[in-house]
Design a binder for this molecule. Sequence first.
Ligand SMILES: Cc1cc2nc3c(=O)[nH]c(=O)nc-3n(C[C@H](O)[C@H](O)[C@H](O)COP(=O)(O)O)c2cc1C
Length: 330
Amino acid sequence: MDLRTDYLGLTLAHPLVAGASPLSDDLDGVKRLEDAGAAAIVLRSIFEEQITREQVSEHVNLDMHGESFAEAASYFPSPQTLGLGPFPYLEHLRRAKDAVRIPVMASLNGSTPGGWIEFAQLIEEAGADALELNLYHIATNPDTSGAEIERLAVETVRAVKRAVTIPVAVKLSPFHAALAHLARQFDQAGADGLVLFNRFYQPDIDVEELTAARTLHLSDSSELLLRLHWIAILSGHVRSSLAVTGGVHTAVDVVKATMTGAHVTQVVSALLAHGPQHLRTVLDDLGTWLQEHEWSSLAAMRGNMNLTKVPDPDAYERANYMLMLQSWRG
Ligand SMILES: Cc1cc2nc3c(=O)[nH]c(=O)nc-3n(C[C@H](O)[C@H](O)[C@H](O)COP(=O)(O)O)c2cc1C
């Protein structure tokens, strides 16, 4: 069965990519993911704050760098809890590249244009096959408009693209007023791929301790639906490759994502829950499913459920909404 796919200009054996997670934090983990059949691996992120902290501390004591930086630095996690620092990260990337034959992608996580972006060059020099740029950002400032937030995001993508020659995928959040327009702008800024979506981690409230309770719950397949919806909308309208992250647990999840137009599906929660070998199960099930449903290749079905043939997608979405409401049967 031909499961090949092109993603960010790379030809992958199939669409199952191990997404950014602690599973690739050490070389054993990286090798286990390759052995389990991953077509490519995304390493965990190195954060803008980690890079800036390192750049700042090279020059000046943190407390002296200005009140707002010192204040912000006080609630950032300590460097020890964040995992590898910038230079150990590069070393890990180099060693991971040497250890496996599949593409290894690094992940740079930040949301504003700035000096930290230069780190992308070091990532390229360390041998990454591609870079995932995670723009996770929550717009809390009432004085900042959506247009300004989008401008900064697009400028960040442009700056990263200027810094490297390897392909760049942009991992983004679903909360934008005009996501299709923003996706088009990323496209025009040179993004090679769009990764839909960051999960919106929402702390609960510990009412006894009066603190934010941060517990990371793994996803299930229900989270896939939001991704399917937007891949179906974007597919055919952007040049960038499309990746799904969030809610991919089974072969049928991969089939659905491909039908909406995804080139790859990233898996994390399912591997954390069942171990890296779960990838092999999904891959085998995918081959069986395609055979049983008489598909000759995955490419043949890619995008067959996207919205490109819908004459008025806005009206279609309204109709969808109304039909969904009517579908309730108690
Ligand atoms: C423990 C853990 C650590 C993660 N670390 C990162 C990270 O460093 N960078 C990133 O972009 N995403 C990170 N993610 C998000 C995943 O890459 C993925 O986008 C998300 O979990 C949704 O996919 P899933 O439903 O398959 O879990 C992490 C997820 C988990 C569970």
